[in-house]
Design a protein around this ligand. Structure first.
Ligand code: ZN
Length: 317
């Protein structure tokens, strides 16, 4: 389906703005790239025009789904200054699937955008995440669109999340999960290392993001594959049906080390950003070289490929 670009997607709440030009200028200088991804003109070519290469000031916001209730669920957003797609990245729908939670916590701190909006929902089932359990009463992914009057926790929570998502109206929703079983190519219920979609034909963007994300697989088992498996009561499919979003679920395999699972979750999400955004940038963890996603042309530097560059620069955190 075509993505809808809507400049009015930003919520009307107050936002705190901050400049990122200095951070980005620093990263541009430090950034190391593999030869095949190195832009034709790195910052040295334009040292006297830093403003020309600086992205516009972005904004950040945060809020809570169902504030003041036992269903209170925090979210955070990064908003570029230009219009562009709105992506919601969800994790913690199952409270014991930790890689996605860690990936979203990390991404939400380090992402910068020149356009569009990314909203992070790191702990969809907050009490289950706190307890490290899959759910409180019922599997949250089997009860959407939920029921405000149901007796169990997840039915009510899903109704709150459903309403909030309707207010957000994102173009894309991606939900991060984990699976016990590595995909075997035959049984679709072996979800590990797949991107799951529930509509036919497969959205075009899926194959492009897969190609992109799989460039950074460090071993064959880290590669992602597409997996058609509709679940009518899942959050993703309900959001797709009700709000017309593009909906994807990403599943890492728990047989991989946690660091690898977090890395692969981030790789895929950034590959998605690379397909959607003019420019998105990831600032470094302390002592770790920067990695980027997006189109370098926005900085006058030509195009850079985030995953490829990132593999060369990232070290374990
Ligand atoms: Zn899950």
């Amino acid at each position: 389906m075509p993505l809808l670009f809507h400049p009015s997607s930003r919520p009307g709440f107050a936002v705190a703005t901050f400049a990122v030009a200095g951070v980005l200028a620093a990263f541009i200088v430090k950034r190391e790239l593999t030869p095949h991804t190195q832009p034709a003109a790195l910052p040295a070519a334009a040292p006297n025009t830093p403003q020309a290469n600086a992205p516009p000031t972005e904004a950040r916001s945060s809020g809570i789904v169902a504030p003041g209730t036992e269903y209170a669920t925090p979210w955070r957003a990064v908003l570029g200054t230009e219009s562009g797609p709105h992506v919601v990245v969800e994790a913690g729908l199952h409270g014991d699937e930790i890689a996605g939670i860690l990936a979203v916590d990390d991404l939400s701190n380090r992402l910068h955008l020149s356009s569009g909006q990314v909203t992070f929902l790191p702990r969809m089932n907050r009490p289950a995440c706190d307890a490290g359990t899959r759910s409180i009463n019922t599997d949250l992914n089997l009860v959407f669109p939920g029921d405000f009057h149901a007796p169990d926790y997840e039915h009510q929570l899903s109704a709150h999340l459903m309403r909030w998502m309707g207010e957000q109206r994102p173009d894309v929703v991606i939900t991060l999960h984990e699976s016990r079983y590595l995909y075997d190519g035959k049984n679709p219920k072996t979800f590990g290392q797949t991107v799951v979609y529930g509509v036919q034909p497969m959205p075009d963007i899926v194959s492009r993001v897969l190609d992109h994300a799989n460039r950074t697989a460090q071993e064959p088992r880290e590669r992602f594959r597409s997996n058609y498996f509709p679940i009518a009561t899942s959050s993703t499919e309900q959001f797709v049906a009700a709000y017309g979003t593009l909906g994807l679920c990403l599943e890492t395999w728990r047989g991989l080390a946690l660091e690898a699972r977090v890395r692969r979750q981030e790789d895929f999400v950034f590959a998605l950003f690379d397909e959607l955004y003019q420019l998105s940038v990831i600032t470094p963890r302390k002592g770790v070289p920067l990695a980027t996603s997006g189109t370098w042309s926005a900085l006058g530097l030509g195009r850079g490929c985030f995953p490829c560059g990132r593999t060369a620069t990232r070290s374990p955190s």
